[in-house]
Design a protein. Sequence first.
Length: 364
Amino acid sequence: MKILDKYIAKQILSAIFSVLGILIIVVGLLDLVDEIKKVNNEYPISLAFLYVILNMPQNIYEVLPIATLMGSLIGLSKLSSTSELNAAKSSGLSFSKIILITLKTGVIIVILTFLIGEFLAPKGQQLANNVKNLTESTRLSMKNTDGIWIKSQNSFIHIAKVFPNKIVQEVSLYRFNEKQQLMESIYSEEGHYVEGEWIMKNIISTSFKNKEVEITNSELSTFEEFIDLDLFDIMIIKPNQMTLMQLRTYIEYLKNNSMESKNYELAFWSKFSIPLSCLIMFLLTTPFVHSSIRSASFGQRIFLGILTGVSLFLFNQTVNKLSIIIDMPPFLGSFLPVFILLLISFYIINKFYGSKVLLKLFLR
């Protein structure tokens, strides 16, 4: 990389990380205020601080696209306002070359975003959940309002509450025969994993045989059909907090049991679309080195950057939710905002620089 390329990349990256730092502080303070409201004797303020810190990688992952847009906008705007780019252009630096330099810089952000989303953020979220799980009062807040449904052969299992320390509560098991007739239902107040088995407590069994109903009670028992331990660790976290391997494993499990998997497929493809969107953010900022836009004040550019970033974030969230509602393929639902963003970028570049610049980009 030439000296000029390194200088431009350094200015852009410096601005991106500065914006990222500000956004993380703001988001972190908002999270801390929310957690302080939950502080009590069992959940001290020290755990609240720890929870916020462990959540930081996830927050970084979520705001990186917006930080990329605003940071690259600020970096290029500063270079333009000081006429450094003008001097470079007068010495032979073309618009297409400037765009290529910014895209090369964007590759660094893409790799960083992917690594954070795949390794740091999921681990941080799991540790944060464990912090919440240290107290009984906060454990109860981890209850999934809809519970979890599991299919195992001819049986269906519903778990109302799931905790990271391999404890389940309010478990209902429904066994059907090959004709899909209900043969038995079992309810357990609580179960836990011990030495390779799920031990269930306070069980009420109801069997349906020969048009007769038989109810039995027992203190302890084991469930033959129950969730695999590896799947258990996956099911207690949200789709956007899973790694690619966890998502793929759980998606296969859901599909093999004819269960809905679109939310998890959408999260899987988002692992690739979110980093890619960061790269396209660089394309959106290149018009700000154009003379017709440089005339705008620095504050106006920042305001435009914030407005654009928030709009793109809301647009992405809307498309993701609509893709589930209208039964859109998860791959398309994840990459459609990125594709539209790419088209907008090409349109803007073509408007300010002409089709020749786009042609040079593809030929380089």
